[in-house]
Design a protein around this ligand. Structure first.
Ligand SMILES: CC(C)(COP(=O)(O)OP(=O)(O)OC[C@H]1O[C@@H](n2cnc3c(N)ncnc32)[C@H](O)[C@@H]1OP(=O)(O)O)[C@@H](O)C(=O)NCCC(=O)NCCS
Length: 379
């Protein structure tokens, strides 16, 4: 191919993908000073103007001429806003790479650019798969890939390499018959206000209270899967992992907080939201900080979570039809929370829940249907 004559111009009416020109050198150089750009991509650091010049006038034209990498400049609001490229990995597959200048972020620019480039890969280059790779933790990139329909995400340990250092990497892909739209929900965690409690996203400052709650003897007894002793780092990892479970559509997890002081009183989750055949199911799970027990805090939190879980997805809820709740036999407080919220006891799973002492307890099984009468709760 000839550069720039053979570079196709692609547009969706808001952004345009076009061949790079020397006028892109300065804005590309500026964008590459951004710490996010340096953290998440493989560009040289420090990044000199010469690097931008070589990239725009050497590396990119060579990629087109040799048909190995097809890189477009993204034009948005009449300015150079970044670059998206398709890298041929031979045999009818390739990878996509991208970056947007800081001023243009958060306007959907990259999602648009990715959709245009991927359609080109399928319709013109005839690729059968486009893969996206990002260093673990690059949530903005992951969100773009999710919005553009990339799926079956896996984490590859030490899969990425930048400037001689290995990083864990996410990899996902799309194929020609995929719609370039999200395949699974990425749940929001809205603030839900009640009289007794507020449900809100967990945040790093909650770590100490989480560690205290999870180090408690009663919590450790009933929830044997928790690390023991439960350290501050465990709490930090738990809080950090909340975004992962939301992004994968698996779980929505809130801090149960005091409505006045906002202090963490416990945790409540609706999980198992990606059931293999039926995406209208969910399970409710919770724990309370020892100093918050015995005053209806969890009962109130469950009431708020249920209401959200049964709210249709297009009204901002989780669109659930049936919720289950499992309480270890003998955990009277937990059974009480279920009954107080209108759950029906449906049976007992025998010797199923491992306890800290090595024995197994029965689990009392409860369910609640969206059609069940609503309890006027103490939320
Ligand atoms: C990744 C990048 C290209 C995204 O560009 P963009 O034009 O802002 O992307 P979009 O606006 O289409 O989408 C970004 C989404 O990520 C979301 N987002 C941003 N930071 C986030 C974070 N820390 N956690 C979760 N979501 C985040 C935005 O809210 C937006 O989602 P929304 O539209 O649903 O609100 C840009 O941030 C960038 O250039 N980063 C540095 C280079 C880089 O990381 N390149 C990719 C290497 S794999």
């Amino acid at each position: 191919m000839r550069f720039p004559e053979d570079v196709p111009v692609l547009t969706d009416g808001v952004i345009t993908l076009r061949a790079h020109t020397p006028t892109d050198i300065d804005p590309a150089y500026e964008a590459c000073q951004d710490p996010e750009m340096q953290r998440w991509t493989t560009i040289p650091v420090p990044y000199e103007r010469q690097n931008a010049e070589t990239y725009v006038t050497g590396i990119i034209p060579t990629g087109w001429r040799e048909e190995t990498t097809y890189a477009w400049a993204i034009e948005y609001e009449g300015r150079y806003a970044g670059t998206v490229d398709l890298r041929d990995t031979e045999g009818g597959t390739g990878e996509i790479g991208f970056a947007v200048s800081p001023w243009a972020r958060g306007h959907g620019v990259m999602t648009r650019a990715v959709r245009l480039a991927v359609r080109h890969a399928f319709d013109v280059l005839g690729w059968r798969r486009v893969s996206w790779r990002a260093f673990v933790g690059n949530w903005a990139s992951r969100r773009v890939a999710w919005k553009a329909g990339f799926r079956q995400l896996v984490k590859v340990r030490d899969g990425g390499l930048a400037r001689g250092v290995r990083y864990d990497e996410w990899v996902a892909s799309v194929t020609p018959d995929d719609e370039l739209e999200p395949k699974t929900p990425w749940w929001d965690v809205p603030v839900l206000e009640g009289e007794k409690v507020r449900l809100r996203p967990l945040r790093p400052a909650d770590a100490e209270r989480v560690a205290e709650a999870c180090n408690d003897e009663r919590t450790l007894h009933w929830l044997a899967a928790m690390p023991s002793p439960y350290k501050l780092e465990d709490a930090q990892a738990f809080i950090e992992n909340r975004i992962e479970v939301q992004a994968s559509g698996e779980c929505v997890s809130w801090a149960i907080a005091d409505p006045v002081t906002d202090e963490l009183l416990g945790n409540i989750s609706v999980f198992d939201l990606q059931h293999r055949v039926d995406n209208t199911l969910g399970e409710v799970g919770y724990w309370a900080h020892p100093d918050a027990r015995g005053r209806g805090v969890v009962t109130a939190a469950v009431a708020l979570a249920i209401r959200h879980a049964f709210t249709p997805i297009d009204e901002g809820g989780l669109g659930r039809r049936r919720l289950i709740l499992l309480a270890a036999a003998g955990n009277t407080a937990s059974e009480h929370v279920a009954v107080a919220n209108g759950f029906t006891r449906t049976g007992t799973d025998r010797a199923t829940s491992p306890l800290r002492d090595g024995s197994y307890s029965d689990l009392i099984r409860f369910d609640l249907l969206v059609t069940d009468p609503v309890r006027t709760s103490s939320a």
